[in-house]
Design a protein around this ligand. Structure first.
Ligand code: HEM
Length: 348
């Protein structure tokens, strides 16, 4: 008896039925790469998990040991600098790819009925991924990690009603203390990644159930063949993208490796406190408005983004051909770029 029939007797899943299950016909427009960009954050997330597990084997989450353990990874552990740099770069690219994917979904109106709920799941994915970035940045226990975490906690303190509770939950106490780093580590390495996995399962199941939105480009209106096979055609595209990303992250890790800043000093506030680039928008906003106003308006922006499919639906019911959403999208992109460049360009 061959090995495959031995397995078949115990797990009666045939290759053909597996093929049928995965072989969703994919609309032709997915041959354009920007329609496939949703697969990119998923791929980078897998890189994050693998490199993250490797880093966790050496990282020691406590104020006395954290910086030293990251320095050990960077300077002494075999290929530690490379793994750490890959982790950092794929995290950065994951956020960039998510934003590009969200923009693609927005500007092609792919969030509209029946995909409103999947847009909301996508928004949750964005928020949890940003929180994962924030907690990761804080783990190194450099000056900027420490003060970034402190500023983040003070911002959550400004949330009306539940502010002090949030700050307390984040810092494991009223102020940064001996337990703060291990809390950040558990959030960064367990709670948030598991949440991302659960959200991704929901996200991709909805994509599978609803199919992707179908589009036709000029010149394709009369094409007889409107779909192609997921397996192997689309899978090969995704593998190609994966290979390109691997080369890109490795090159970035070698050319611009993750470095070590000065060790955290709770008694000396640095002259310039900057978060990671993906928080520049929020940080500039905080400087433009004060305390609670900044936090409440940011909360409102997130609420509007979450509810966008319904707001857009209400507008389109009144004016079916309105280009309202496109203009809002263009303004939002300009605001994001403007605030990011502004924050990057100035020292304070
Ligand atoms: C970890 C992050 C994410 C991953 C891995 C992911 C993955 C995917 C994939 C693979 C698709 C199939 C089509 C494509 O490749 O574009 C898709 C579709 C979709 N995604 Fe995401 N996504 C993520 C985040 C988001 C975010 C932040 C949003 C928006 C707030 C979003 C909203 C949607 C919607 C509405 C669709 C359906 C698009 C259509 O029907 O054409 N996703 N996602």
């Amino acid at each position: 008896m061959g090995f495959s029939s031995w397995i078949q007797e115990r797990l009666p899943i045939s290759g053909d039925s597996l093929k049928e299950l995965t072989n969703e016909p994919v609309p032709n427009h997915l041959k354009h790469w920007w329609f496939c960009i949703g697969g990119t954050p998923a791929y980078l997330f897998i890189v994050q998990i693998i490199t993250g597990i490797m880093l966790a084997m050496y990282y020691k989450a406590a104020p006395e040991t954290a910086y030293e353990s990251v320095a050990y990874i960077t300077n002494e552990a075999n290929y530690g600098w490379f793994i750490r740099s890959m982790h950092k770069w794929s995290g950065t690219l994951m956020i960039a790819a998510m934003v590009l994917h969200q923009m693609r979904v927005f500007f092609t109106g792919a969030y509209r009925k029946p995909r409103e709920l999947n847009w909301i799941v996508g928004m949750l994915l964005l928020i949890v991924t940003l929180l994962t970035g924030f907690t990761g940045y804080s783990l190194v226990f450099e000056q900027l990690s420490y003060w970034g975490a402190t500023v983040g906690a003070n911002i959550s303190d400004n949330v009306p009603v539940i502010g002090s509770f949030l700050k307390n939950m984040l810092l494991a106490g009223d102020t940064y203390n001996a337990n703060t780093l291990s809390r950040f580590f558990v959030l960064h390495a367990a709670v948030f990644p598991v949440s991302i996995i659960l959200l991704l399962v929901a996200h991709l199941s909805m994509v599978r159930v609803q199919g992707v939105t179908e589009y036709k480009f000029k010149g394709e209106e009369n094409d007889e063949k409107t779909h192609f096979n997921f397996f192997p055609d689309h899978l090969l595209t995704e593998l190609g993208i994966g290979l390109f990303l691997m080369v890109l992250i490795s090159s970035l890790a070698v050319a611009l490796p993750a470095e070590m800043g000065a060790v955290a000093n709770p008694l000396a506030t640095p002259e310039v406190i900057k978060p990671e680039w993906f928080f520049y928008v929020a940080f500039r906003w905080l400087k433009l408005f004060t305390g609670s106003t900044a936090v409440i308006t940011q909360g409102l922006v997130i609420a509007v983004m979450m509810a966008w499919p319904f707001i857009d639906g209400a507008v389109r019911r009144r004016r079916p051909n309105s280009e309202f959403s496109v203009w809002v999208g263009v303004l939002a992109v300009l605001a994001i770029i403007g605030l990011t460049v502004w924050e990057a360009a100035v020292a304070h």
